[in-house]
Design a protein around this ligand. Structure first.
Ligand code: SOE
Length: 381
């Protein structure tokens, strides 16, 4: 029996993807690319062309598992031949390949934080501005439906004038002082610790959620702490110095006078990936918890307490692409939404938000928090 199917609207182009990095983030993005044709058929079609890394065996296995056509051990060989370059490597590998890709006119997407240092982030943002192609910074939590819903409540005035932003990001994977050393514990490679890895997400959400109402972050005071000064090197008897923070806290001011209180830790016993945001305004308030990402606690004028709102209705951001109301989504869906937006920006020839300029803006805040801790004084941006 032959089935004659109705002509479907095929996306006009297929983008060849080059991806550097094949561990946690490589997998998250490769998975997102695979979900797009089924759930976001209007997204540009992609071809997982080339996976880049140094360890040939591990790379070949990952390419096989993720469905890439080929592998390359030198990013220099591919940044100008692919249509889109994803830089999902450790922080110290963000700058050189991303700048080379942008100089070759290749739209580029880079993991967060943009770079280990402010100077390097500035060079990257400059290269993006000169290249005039989409340059996306990987702040995936902007793409949680409940976060976008919250932004709607802030922007339409439901919360009134914003007084407080409170953001905590708590993990516990380094609470054991014998947990092995990794590049994430090294200042040269990572830049900072909990501050850059986790705080950059919270700072980006502060800018995203309050940028159009309370304005930019104007000054900060910060405190960083390292609890375990050296860690064992896996597979040897040696230890290596930890040169980044295990935890930070910071106080912020926004243009409007709104106050921010931020905190992140990798030694917060009992917390796995607890990213919480609380915002209070003159008329209402919201509370968000990443570990319950389908929900938003909302208080509007006249309410006696917070109402739990399930953000899974058809007209909630991105939800119509997934399941019927109440059929919840998860962490990996934020990457699908992020990739959908980035690749659509590539196809339409417009800038992605968050861009490298947003990555740089977050980096300025990270840097100011570190400077404040070093100098023992409040720092203006
Ligand atoms: C590890 O701390 C990590 O994977 C971060 O690097 C991610 O950005 C965050 O989303 C979850 O935690």
């Amino acid at each position: 029996m032959s089935v004659i199917s109705a002509p479907s609207e095929q996306p006009a182009m297929t983008l060849d993807i080059g991806m550097l990095g094949y561990r946690f983030m490589g997998k998250a993005h490769a998975n997102a690319l695979d979900r797009l044709p089924m759930f976001f058929p209007e997204a540009p079609a992609v071809n997982k062309d080339v996976l880049v890394g140094r360890d040939e065996d591990a790379l070949a296995d990952a390419a096989d598992q993720f469905g890439f056509d080929r592998t390359a051990t030198d990013w220099r060989a591919i940044v100008d031949e692919v249509d889109v370059f994803y830089n999902l490597g450790p922080n110290h590998v963000h700058a050189e390949p991303s700048i080379a890709a942008l100089e070759a006119g290749t739209p580029t997407f880079c993991e967060k934080p943009l770079a280990p240092t402010l100077d390097t982030a500035e060079e990257m943002a400059e290269a993006a501005a000169d290249a005039d192609v989409p340059a996306g910074a990987a702040f995936n939590y902007r793409f949680v439906p409940a976060i976008q819903y919250a932004k709607g409540l802030i922007d339409d005035g439901t919360l009134g004038e914003i007084h407080h932003f409170r953001g905590q990001y708590l993990q516990d994977w380094l609470v054991d002082s014998d947990a092995p050393w990794s590049w994430r514990n090294d200042a040269e490679m990572a830049g900072s610790g909990a501050l850059g890895d986790l705080g950059s997400h919270t700072i980006d959400l502060a800018r995203f959620l309050l940028g159009d109402t309370a304005g930019e972050i104007t000054d900060v005071s910060g405190h960083l702490q390292t609890f375990t000064e050296e860690r064992p090197v896996e597979g040897s008897d040696e230890t290596r110095q930890v040169t980044v923070d295990d935890a930070y806290s910071a106080q912020l001011s926004f243009d409007s006078g709104a106050m921010g209180t931020l905190e992140a830790s990798r030694v917060a016993n009992g917390h796995k990936n607890a990213h919480t945001i609380e915002i209070e305004g003159s008329k209402g308030a919201i509370k968000f918890d990443l570990e319950r990402l389908n929900e938003l606690q909302v208080l509007t004028e006249g309410d006696r307490g917070f109402q739990q709102v399930l953000i899974t209705d058809e007209d909630d951001p991105y939800v119509d692409h997934w399941w019927p109301p109440g059929h919840v989504i998860g962490w990996e869906h934020t990457f699908v939404h992020e990739n959908y937006e980035f690749l659509s920006a590539v196809a339409d020839g417009r800038q992605q938000e968050p861009s490298f300029a947003d990555g740089l803006a977050a980096q300025r805040v990270l840097d100011a928090i570190e400077q404040s801790d070093d100098r023992g004084e409040r720092v203006s941006l």
